[in-house]
Design a protein around this ligand. Structure first.
Ligand code: XMP
Length: 494
């Protein structure tokens, strides 16, 4: 009898799952100019962003500097969890206070210091003036660069009390930005010390601070006008969650590589009950996982293994290509009005807007921001090119500094970690604002091609087409040699 082919195994009747390069947005009739596309979105029940972008909770991406820059430009920075609780509280407070009208941490001078000492101190601290106070913090005068310039005939060894301006214009704590500016114009000064009823210094308002605040007209702020802040906590870290909440964090991210673990969900529920902040649960990648969290979560985060530094899929054999993962989760979350964040795998602005088309309300990126000035770590030069360090939170280096819980792993003495990420370097990119501008600008252009003015409208209108391997190749520059690098495209990212 001739060899019969084996019947097809049921196990191998499997659905196909897609990712960014498998799809493109179908262009549609449009009257929307990209610059007019409104990128306002909700990231969690009570928090709205002006741009639909978050920076990853990774120790080579988001600390307070980057979180401040993200909020100032309309997005959200999520502080990583590889720091002790006190440090995290300090970082959250730093973000929340970044654009405060009144600077509380004031650099002051003493009357009997020498002009030289104060000059050196001011340049070390990066300020151009300082209130002069006595031992009870009572304001005696104010000294600035202008007071101590040589042509004013002040000697380097003269005492500050001889060089300072002693007619000081002060204001009380309830001063408004407008009142402070009026005082500054009227008296031709650039800083106003803020004093209590006993004339003791409690802060400082500067012209530069007021103008800077005005510059960030796109900033994402809370109802008191402070920049919004996010922070990641390990799935079982109830104490950390409470401390972050008390410090004023706006959104807490239960940060786990596999949040469809039922112990994680139980703990996340407990955390949600104890805090005021919104609680986003992640990461998940399937419809069933979404069903298990949408009844209590203020947002869900999607991504099982798409990240640039992830090895989860190759190490564990598990994962879900990101466009399918986002669309499955969004199918469920949208029924419950729970925002969805697509986390990981985004290399270009086109990927980011595809994630929104698949149903996400916002996107989270790690590698895209790791090379910016505001990310932690210094710039290193290799073969004449500049880089910054970027590592997975599941890499050996990051796990040994605390992030093991994200992977539901505890550190055992004498036992090596089983990592799910690598340690790497990423090209240095300069200021975050420039990167974010390219990312959001590209996303707005995508909205223009689909003819949608807002993110909700875009999600409604967007349709995908499937792309063949040849179509994918056609999408990138081809048959040419790139001579000048574009600010939003590098063939190395493909
Ligand atoms: P991108 O692609 O933007 O991804 O660099 C950032 C996201 O990747 C996740 N992440 C990891 N996933 N192993 C993983 O499997 C890791 O070591 C790791 N570290 C970060 C995380 O969701 C992040 O936002």
């Amino acid at each position: 009898m001739a060899n019969e082919p084996e019947p097809f195994s049921e196990k191998l009747r499997v659905p196909e799952a897609l990712t960014f390069d498998d799809v493109l947005l179908r262009p549609k009739e449009s009257r929307v100019e990209p610059d007019e596309a409104d990128t306002t979105t909700r990231v969690s029940t009570n928090v709205t962003l002006n741009v639909p972008v978050l920076s990853a909770a990774m120790d080579t991406v988001t600390e307070s500097d980057l979180a401040i820059a993200m909020a100032r430009h309309g997005g959200l920075g999520v502080l990583h969890q590889n720091m002790d609780v006190d440090q995290m509280v300090a970082e959250i407070e730093r973000v929340k206070r970044a654009d405060e009208l009144i600077i509380r941490d004031v650099v002051t001078a003493e009357p009997d210091q020498t002009v030289r000492e104060v000059d050196e101190m001011m340049s070390r601290q990066g300020v151009s003036g300082a209130p002069v106070v006595d031992e009870d913090d009572e304001v005696l005068g104010i000294i600035s660069g202008t007071d101590i310039r040589p042509y004013l005939e002040v000697g380097e060894e003269d005492q500050v009390s001889e060089a300072m301006t002693d007619e000081v214009i002060t204001a009380g704590e309830d001063v408004t930005p407008r009142e402070a500016l009026e005082l500054m114009y009227e008296h031709k000064i650039e800083r106003v010390p803020i004093v209590d009823d006993d004339d003791r210094l409690i802060g400082l308002v500067t012209m530069q601070g007021i103008l800077q605040r005005r510059e960030y007209d796109q900033a994402a702020r809370d109802e008191d006008g402070r920049p919004i802040a996010g922070a990641a906590v390990g799935p079982f870290e109830v104490d950390r969650a409470e401390a972050a909440d008390e410090a004023g964090v706006d959104v807490l991210f239960i940060d786990c590589a596999h949040a469809h673990n039922l112990n994680v969900i139980e703990s996340a529920r407990e955390i949600k009950e104890t805090v005021d902040a919104d609680v986003v649960v992640g990461n998940i990648g399937t419809r069933e996982a979404a069903e298990d969290v949408v009844d209590f979560a203020d947002g869900v985060k999607v991504g099982i293994g798409p990240g640039s530094i992830c090895t989860t899929r190759v190490v564990t054999g598990a994962g879900m290509p990101q466009i399918t993962a986002v669309s499955q989760v969004a199918d469920v979350a949208s029924q419950h009005d729970v925002p969805v964040i697509a986390d990981g795998g985004i290399r270009y602005s086109g990927d980011a807007i595809k994630a929104i088309a698949a149903g996400a309300d916002a996107v989270m990126l790690g590698s895209y921001f790791a090379g910016t000035d505001e990310a932690p770590g210094r710039v290193i030069t290799m073969n004449g090119k500049k880089y910054k360090q970027y590592r997975g939170m599941g890499s050996v280096g990051a796990m040994s500094e605390g992030s093991g819980e994200r992977y539901l792993k505890e550190e055992e003495e004498d036992e090596e970690f089983v990592p799910e990420g690598v340690e790497a370097a990423t090209p240095y990119k300069g200021p975050l604002a420039d990167e974010l501008h390219q990312l959001v600008g590209g996303m707005q252009s995508g909205m223009g091609y689909v003819g949608a003015e807002t993110i909700p409208e875009f999600k409604e209108r967007a349709e995908f087409v499937r792309v063949s391997a040849a179509g994918q190749q056609e999408s990138h520059p081809h048959d040419v040699m790139i001579t000048d690098e574009a600010p939003n495209y590098s063939p190395d990212d493909a």
